[in-house]
Ligand binder design. Structure first.
Ligand code: GLC
Length: 800
């Protein structure tokens, strides 16, 4: 281990723990000895495929030593399975098949062809595969796979222009091409910066964009794997999985379509409670009820909105998970109630490690039930985490998930609103080597039985599943809020995610944008970073710039490591405090829009934060943009990520863009120089957008006049919690000379509040409004109209 990292880790864990970590690493190496033994097998070809046997929806092929199954999960969803090698439990999926697909099969001179109404697959006798669209254009081409012992690898051709995105949480450039990525969830050790790999949440899924379209691929195999995306050979992506069947699912199409299909298979994020979209304040750690109260009072005294406060590990009794330190928090239920009365929810951290302590009921109970992971000799495996030696629940066992879920009950009864799952890669402290369980540790894997090589990457996912299922049962009228550091494909069904222990540097702020975008493109939409970075001491300027960017990201939390200078917004004095206040208020104003995007994510799997190319995948100039992002369909955010910068270039996609602060219009595509004084970051709104925003008096609808073409927008409203009725408004805006025609279609059972529609017009000055037959006088850019289905606004478009 490199010395700097070692010392950093030591700072967090202390000397005694460091010495034990030597013992732990040594024991790990001993347990892994059988796994390490022997020389690796050489790579071998698979030989020709011979017999072919069609079945409804697909076809099976066999070779000398391998079998191939091609199954259509939908007309545009193809599952490829190369065996031998077992298929792990389908933890990622919510469905086995999406839709029935009529498939025709036939022989060709070189092999076989399968076709659905959307896709053709050509199978060469050698095992090479080609995928074509309806027009016959190739969108993916694979060389025959190879085998080495239980491992598989295969190569996928990359076109010269092809860009690749996704792979989950990667501190790499947004376009992943040209690098090697390891698929093995890992705590980088208390701090990481750009280019660290792997991180906490790797996902074996990539999105490809090229001139003949693009596609999404999901490798459904949780074993450790390596994705070499054109690093060794610039013309090919090479995927190596160390064991199991080589199974992958393909969805062709542009990113929005492919993600919709992929999340139909792997699940979409349910609507979060509305408060979760607000601001969260955290620190490792607020050490007592008094300190928590003082922080909340600070927010009130400085007139700063606050929605949640997080309690880190020092709130526990000796780091025993699910306990509360009664000396520091003598009346947690009282504190939680008091805070909730002030509109502040309490979120508590939970780590999977259960302290080995015979006087601790959860340990005793877990032991009695056989809930903990075991070594090959049958002994309970012990790893080191904050409490010292711990045992670890085997979340791959459904009974253990149910048992673990029960443990939430007391905290839920105390009113704790949400849970923050940390260290669930799973992470243990070791002096060298992999900071996780020995690979020979046994797991239930839903009764299939297996070892940690197979269970490692899904461990965090299943911890969240256990919690989610429990919370739904324990508090059926509330939406769970879970935040997780690790997970696998499907995590979004249960939890949000933050980007972990990122360093406090400008480079890390810059890279955070790409990390969040990459997660969204991998199906994890609710993410954000520790504002200011976790592990260091940001300057006031870095903190302000990080705060501004974070205000537009789904998970908006201020958090910092132990021993770092205080990070509450007032710690930086002026002008930082006033700037932070203005962005907190802006966040509150944006909540109706964010909430509508949350509804959209639940329907489609589309991330809230999107890369610019989302709007126009054909515009190659957008493929590499990673210093700006879209928040939903309407807003473009260009964070400032360099010290001293007071302006920055912004690449605008096709369309007309309004400067959010001044309403000045800019045409895209093109690059403009945008002003960025310290108190602002460049933000633009796409012409034709309908942006719902909160104001003191209630909802305001901001209509950004379309210039050519129509505009549209959605507004989703409900109680913000629970599962009651909702109201959905679809706004359609059509421009004509001297007028804007606005149609508003309302569905859902939540009645309107009876108040007027408060409309702000951007790029248009109204003089009169015709509303459902009546004529009303309007002056300028604000109109208060009775609830309407159809309104015609007469007036003038602003000149450019
Ligand atoms: C890990 C987490 C961090 C937390 C700390 C103590 O480093 O990533 O957010 O504060 O553990 O629980």
């Amino acid at each position: 281990m490199d010395l700097r990292k070692g010392l950093l880790a030591l700072r967090f864990v202390g000397l005694r723990m460091a010495l034990r970590a030597v013992r732990a690493a040594w024991a790990r190496d001993r347990w892994e000895r059988p796994w390490r033994r022997g020389t690796p097998a050489p790579w071998r070809g698979i030989g020709p495929l011979r017999a072919a046997c069609p079945f409804p929806g697909g076809m099976r092929f066999s070779g000398e030593e391998v079998e191939l199954e091609i199954r259509f999960l939908a007309p545009d969803g193809i599952q490829i399975t190369w065996a031998p090698g077992r298929c792990s439990p389908p933890y990622a999926r919510v469905q086995e098949v999406l839709e029935e697909a009529p498939v025709t099969v036939g022989e060709t001179p070189d092999g076989w062809r399968l076709a659905s109404p959307a896709v053709q697959v050509e199978v060469d006798r050698s095992g090479g595969l080609r995928f074509r669209d309806r027009e016959g254009r190739i969108w993916r081409e694979e060389a025959p796979p190879e085998r080495a012992g239980p491992a598989w690898r295969h190569r996928v051709r990359l076109r010269p222009e092809e860009a690749l995105y996704g792979l989950g949480e990667r501190a790499a450039p947004l376009n992943r091409r040209g690098r090697i990525y390891r698929m093995w969830n890992r705590d980088p050790g208390g701090s990481y910066g750009p280019d660290a790999d792997p991180l906490y949440l790797g996902l074996p899924v990539w999105l490809s964009l090229h001139e003949a379209g693009g596609y999404l691929v999901f490798y459904e195999n949780p074993f450790e794997s390596v994705f070499d995306l054109g690093a060794t050979d610039p013309t090919a992506a090479q995927v190596t999985v160390t064991d199991g069947a080589l199974r992958y699912v393909l969805f062709p199409g542009p990113p929005d379509h492919a993600l919709r299909r992929y999340t139909a298979l792997t699940g979409r994020p349910p609507l979060p409670p509305r408060w979760a979209l607000g601001f969260h304040q955290s620190r490792w750690s607020y050490e007592s009820a008094e300190e928590v109260r003082a922080v909340v009072r600070g927010f009130q005294a400085h007139d700063l909105p606050l929605h949640a406060i997080h309690l880190d590990i020092d709130s526990m009794d000796g780091y025993r998970v699910f306990t509360v330190d009664r000396r520091r928090f003598p009346d947690l239920p009282g504190l939680v109630r008091e805070l909730e009365g002030q509109g502040v929810r309490t979120v508590m951290i939970l780590d999977p490690g259960v302290k080995v302590d015979p006087s601790y009921p959860i340990y005793r109970d877990g032991l009695r039930r056989g809930a903990f992971c075991r070594l090959p000799n049958g002994a309970v495996y012990r790893g080191l985490v904050w409490p010292g030696w711990c045992a670890f629940p085997d979340f791959t066992d459904p009974e253990v998930r149910a048992w673990w879920g029960e443990q939430y009950r007391p905290l839920v009864e105390m009113g704790v609103a949400g849970f923050w799952h940390d260290m669930n890669e799973p992470t243990v402290f070791v002096a060298w080597g992999e900071p996780t369980f020995p690979r020979t540790v046994r797991h239930a894997l839903e009764g299939q039985g297996g070892d940690h090589r197979e269970a490692h990457n899904v461990y965090g996912l299943l911890m969240n599943r256990a919690a989610w299922e429990a919370l739904r049962a324990l508090r059926p009228d509330r939406r769970p809020f879970l935040l997780s550091r690790s997970g696998w494909v499907g995590l979004a069904r249960y939890a949000w995610h933050w980007t972990g222990d990122v360093e406090s540097t400008w480079a890390a702020l810059r890279r955070t944008i790409a990390i969040v975008l990459g997660l969204g493109l991998s199906g994890i939409p609710y993410t954000g970073s520790d504002i200011g970075g976790f592990s260091g001491a940001p300057s006031a300027e870095l903190f302000v710039r990080w705060f501004q960017a974070a205000a537009f990201m789904p998970f908006f939390r201020n958090h910092a490591a132990k021993g770092t200078p205080r990070r509450e917004p007032w710690a930086f004095g002026e002008p930082a405090l006033s700037i932070v206040r203005s962005f907190l208020r802006l966040r509150v104003r944006l909540l109706p829009y964010l909430y509508t995007l949350a509804w959209e994510a639940a329907q489609t799997g589309h991330p809230l934060v999107r890369p610019l190319f989302w709007l126009d995948p054909a515009d190659r100039a957008l493929w590499e943009v990673e210093d700006a992002f879209l928040l939903g369909p309407a807003v473009l955010v260009a964070p400032v990520t360099a010290p001293g910068a007071r302006s920055r270039p912004v690449r605008l996609p096709r369309g007309i863009w309004y400067d959010f602060w001044t309403d000045r219009r800019f045409p895209g595509p093109g690059t403009i120089a945008a002003e960025a004084p310290l108190e602002r970051l460049p933000v633009f709104v796409r012409a034709g957008s309908v942006l719902p925003m909160a104001a003191e008096e209630g909802l305001e609808v901001h209509l950004y006049a379309p210039v050519d073409g129509d505009g549209e927008g959605w507004i989703y409203t409900d109680a913000g919690e629970g599962f009651g009725p909702f109201r959905l408004e679809r706004w359609a805006v059509t421009p004509a000379p001297g007028r804007l025609h606005v149609r508003r279609a309302v569905t859902g059972r939540l009645p309107e509040d009876g108040g007027p529609v408060r409309l702000w017009l951007h790029g248009f000055q109204a003089t009169r409004a015709h509303v459902d037959g009546a004529v009303l006088a309007v002056h300028g850019s604000f109109a208060m109209l009775p609830s309407f289905q159809e309104a015609i606004l007469e007036g003038n478009f602003n000149p450019d």
